[in-house]
Design a binder for this molecule. Structure first.
Ligand SMILES: Nc1ncnc2c1ncn2[C@@H]1O[C@H](COP(=O)(O)OP(=O)(O)OP(=O)(O)O)[C@@H](O)[C@H]1O
Length: 313
């Protein structure tokens, strides 16, 4: 089969967790439409409980969807459950592995589980790639948290899937190890693997992802190339304290995105690349506003994210 345009396609994907005990029914995914182009590093961002893991677990076959369709590598997960799952490697949030196996044994077992013939196994190559070759004979319980996480990634790679899904790959991993994991993710990407990662770290998404989808309350509220999302950072706020209190925004400033605050300050949103601060201040002065004080504010990706996800459901 020739490579599909999209590594993952979801259409109207729904998940309702049934009520249980005192927990009411929960609509965790609300008709999600999402396409992940082949060859990307794609970020799935969202606050706790947004539905990221539910989405991933449906793809992985760990959660049963209650509506909609999903395709992995062009294969419908209902029509081709086995073949579609063979096209992904999933690394979950929880570290689950038998403490009494060595990394080498863990990978061999996993390869056996996926039916990879002995002659086609790449155990050494994968251990080397995740920096665990020198730990091949150590017991898993002797590995550090970061090493265990890398072993989880290694296990997800034994069947050579074209799509790798990493759910919070660097949660609880220190900065240095995070960097080395990123490096490895980039190498896999360079070798042609499509990578989907969920993360709370905006820095991680910014650094790695070609495209970012933001999930909130079970819905996709933005899906844009990272560069476009970052362009929103171009927005600045100029706050002016006028010498004399203003009753209203002067007519000549009405074309600007300006607000009069209760404090009497004038707040003007502008794009740094379009209107320089000098030109803006000139316009304020030309409108007859004397400037007693001023400040500027620049949002970061965190602000953009918070602003997008803080609207009520
Ligand atoms: N097995 C389950 N039964 C009932 N509700 C569930 C179940 N699993 C998840 N949920 C609920 O579904 C919603 C989405 O959860 P999910 O784990 O997909 O979010 P998430 O975005 O991955 O969050 P996090 O970043 O904290 O991992 C949450 O409200 C959660 O409480």
């Amino acid at each position: 089969m020739s490579a599909p345009d999209y590594a993952i396609e979801a259409e109207g994907l729904e998940k309702v967790y049934a009520a249980s005990g005192k927990m009411p029914e929960k609509r965790a995914l609300k008709s999600i439409d999402l396409k992940v182009p082949r060859g990307q590093i794609f970020g799935l961002l969202g606050p706790n409980g947004a539905g990221k893991s539910t989405f991933i677990n449906i793809l992985a076959g760990l959660v049963t969807k209650t509506g909609g369709k999903a395709k992995i590598w062009g294969m419908d997960i209902d029509q081709h459950p086995r073949a579609s799952r063979a096209a992904i490697g999933v690394v979950n949030q929880e570290i689950t592995m038998d403490p009494f196996f060595t990394p080498e044994e863990a990978l061999e077992l996993q390869a056996g589980f996926y039916g990879v013939p002995k002659g086609e196994r790449r155990t050494d190559e994968i251990l080397e790639a995740v920096g665990l070759l020198d730990k091949r004979d150590a017991y898993v319980r002797q590995l550090s948290g970061g090493m265990k996480r890398r072993l989880m990634v290694a296990k997800a790679l034994v069947h050579n899937p074209p799509v790798l899904i990493l759910d919070e790959p660097t949660a609880g991993v220190d900065v240095e190890l995070r960097r080395s994991l990123w490096q490895y993710v980039r190498r896999l990407h360079d070798a042609g693997t499509t990578i989907i990662l969920t993360t709370h770290y905006l820095e991680e998404a910014e650094e790695l992802c070609d495209q970012i989808a933001i999930v909130n309350h079970g819905e996709i509220i933005a899906c844009e190339p990272t560069s476009q999302l970052l362009k929103r950072l171009d927005q600045r706020i100029l706050r002016v304290t006028p010498r004399e209190p203003l009753n209203a925004i002067p007519e000549s400033l009405s074309h600007l995105d300006a607000k009069l605050l209760n404090s009497g300050d004038l707040e003007i949103a502008y794009r740094n690349s379009e209107t320089g601060i000098g030109r803006l201040l000139e316009q304020v002065r030309e409108a007859g506003v004397g400037v007693a004080d001023l400040s500027t504010d620049q949002p970061n990706l965190e602000d953009v994210f918070v602003a997008m996800t803080s609207e009520p459901a």
